[in-house]
Ligand binder design. Structure first.
Ligand SMILES: Nc1nc2c(c(=O)[nH]1)N[C@H]1C(S)=C(S)[C@@H](COP(=O)(O)O)O[C@H]1N2
Ligand SMILES: [Mo]
Length: 460
């Protein structure tokens, strides 16, 4: 994996908002678009303002003065808009609902600096613009080792073999008849935040942390299906999960995890069938474990008496340690958090009130607390956790903050129910060095410059 910052999003290239944009709504706001789109957004705003001026309208400039009433001369409130008087669209215009056309900047994106190898690709989730904890299915990050498929569910089969009395083949209908559970869990690629190991400050949170999503998954606990096949739980302490795409995606899952009932054969995601990009019609859900074990297009489960040592667990997804040896089978995603707004590529347009918000998660349980610092880690304040806090799911945190217009460094630090505290870069690198790709859960820092622009920086 190589990474270069493309000139388009290079650090230091963020621009301050044009003067006439400041004071929109009379409150400071954080621009929701990520950096490459931000310019477009400003450009369009300028064009809109220019054409409004040409038409003799007295709109936007009046909003610049903080003591002016927002309604003062604002045609957007004084005039009846067309949509209050005309006919709206019929329901048939949108049989499967789509986001507003005004939200078209909100997209998962491939990193401009990551080299794509054939169909092995990654798209990153736009965390900076999402609310709450559920990732809309169309914005779920994607990681395909060999491209994605839209598989006919009628032709899809799941084989269970190995240390079982009755090897069996299931259709999707067979699985849909069984008792199901629905649970909210995060999925994070083990390589998430991987570029940051080597001090490369990727510009936006979409690219630093966007291989992360959270959904409600519906399916059958794998243990139920294994019991149905007469699994030998004495000898069969490991399971091999195999995907039905060309990547030969195979991973070993320890039987303890499966016996806990947490591992699911999932077909549902956020109330509908899985999206093709996320493994339609069947994927493994392995809560707390790195994304690679969540095998998509799941086609076969084999029960065995030892780890399978497949390519994706002996050569790939291993952690290079400072002594030059590789650490294998580190699959749990440790406790981690990130401030999603304000975050890199956004801009604070004037001083005043902001809601600092972000996400926290732990592969070992639930989030107990999140602390936020605005001075680079000297002082910390407890953030408010949005409840109910879910097990092995994203947790949203918020902290009200008044920006005084001076440079600041914003950080978040999560603590999970095992009392593990998310480490600083210094602490993490002491143990792990800096040559790794996987399992970077260090505290992320966003520097706010006096001009309001927000940048990725490495602190401590
Ligand atoms: N069959 C198959 N399963 C797969 C993969 C794949 O390429 N093929 N990628 C894995 C990796 S590395 C990750 S991080 C997750 C990504 O899941 P998503 O694309 O639904 O976000 O799927 C995992 N399961
Ligand atoms: Mo991954």
């Amino acid at each position: 994996m190589s990474f270069e910052i493309s000139p388009d999003v290079a650090l230091g290239q963020t621009r301050k908002a044009p003067e006439n944009f400041i004071g929109r709504n009379d409150v400071a706001f954080v621009n929701r678009a990520s950096e490459p789109e931000r310019r477009l957004f400003f450009k369009r705003t300028l064009i809109a303002a220019a054409s409004a001026a040409a038409a003799g309208a007295v709109g936007m400039p009046s909003l610049v003065r903080a003591n002016t009433l927002p309604t003062d001369g604002d045609p957007a409130i004084l005039n009846l808009p067309e949509h209050t008087t005309g006919l709206g669209l019929p329901v048939a215009a949108n049989p499967y609902g789509q986001p507003s056309k005004f939200e078209s900047n909100l997209q998962r994106r491939e990193s401009p600096g990551l080299t794509r190898v054939s169909q092995a690709s990654v798209s990153f989730c736009p965390l900076q613009s999402l609310f709450g904890i559920i990732t809309p299915s169309g914005l779920h990050f994607e990681r395909h080792h060999q491209g994605w498929w839209d598989i006919d569910p009628r032709q899809h089969r799941l084989m269970i073999n190995g240390l079982v009395n009755k090897p069996m083949v299931f259709t999707l209908d067979d699985l849909l008849r069984m008792e199901s559970v629905s649970r909210i869990h995060f999925i994070e690629c083990g390589a998430n935040t991987g570029m940051e190991w080597g001090n490369v400050a990727v510009p936006t949170v979409q690219y630093t942390h966007g291989m992360l999503s959270c959904s409600e998954f519906t399916g059958v606990p794998l243990i139920k299906v294994l019991e149905y096949c007469g699994v030998d739980l004495k000898k069969g302490r490991f399971v091999l999960a195999e995907g039905g795409d060309g990547s030969s995606m195979t991973r070993t899952i320890p039987m303890e995890l499966i016996e806990s009932g947490e591992v699911l054969l999932a077909y549902g995601q956020n109330g509908e069938m899985l999206r093709p990009e996320n493994g339609y019609p069947l994927r493994l859900v392995v809560p707390g474990v790195q994304g690679v074990s969540w095998v998509k297009y799941l086609r076969r489960i084999e029960v065995g008496d030892q780890p399978y040592a497949t390519k994706d667990e002996t050569i790939h997804y291993v952690d290079m340690m400072p002594d030059g040896l590789h650490r294998q089978y580190t699959s749990i995603q440790e406790c981690k958090s990130v401030v999603t707004s304000p975050s890199g590529g956004q801009a604070l347009l004037n001083k005043g009130f902001y809601n600092i918000t972000g996400l926290a998660w732990s592969g070992r349980g639930s989030i107990k607390a999140v602390d936020v610092s605005v001075d680079g880690g000297k002082n910390w304040k407890p953030a408010r956790l949005e409840g109910p806090v879910q097990y092995k799911a994203l947790t949203r945190f918020n902290l009200p903050w008044v920006w005084d217009g001076k440079p600041a460094i914003i950080q978040s630090r999560a603590i999970d129910t095992t009392s593990y505290v998310q480490p600083s870069y210094r602490t993490l690198r002491e143990v792990r060095g800096s040559k790794s790709i996987y399992h970077n859960n260090a505290i992320q820092s966003w520097a706010i410059h006096a001009d309001g622009t927000v940048h990725n920086v490495h602190v401590g």
